[in-house]
Design a protein around this ligand. Sequence first.
Ligand SMILES: [Zn+2]
Ligand SMILES: [Zn+2]
Length: 137
Amino acid sequence: MSETAVVIGSGPEVRSGGCLCGKVRFTVTGPVDDPHICACKDCAKRSGGPFQWWVGFPTPGLEWTGAEPTWFDTHPGKTARGFCPDCGSHIAARDCGGDTITGILATALDHHDTDPALVPTNLNRLAEAAPWLAQAG
Ligand SMILES: [Zn+2]
Ligand SMILES: [Zn+2]
């Protein structure tokens, strides 16, 4: 896990996010951990796209300010994925067993398109899922 996130200003980093319809809302406090893209078959199947853009935040700093997502046990007893039960937006991932970092879909964050801390540092299995992508840009 990366410890290289830069704290902006003197206070803790706080980011907000939510789903497409607004039912699920949350804030995360603390530095970004391991922003990456994952193109594993699970991520592709659940998202409906070739990959998902993940970023970790300290679990104690995660607060559900709207409804909490519905959790689906991707691997029962190991990991679960959270999504909005109304609009289906993918929001989060958590490991069963008290993980200190919770995975958030960067696209669920309100300012993911302008936040330099979220730029992926690892493109996990991207070529496997979308071999055409490198040529597409
Ligand atoms: Zn929703
Ligand atoms: Zn994955």
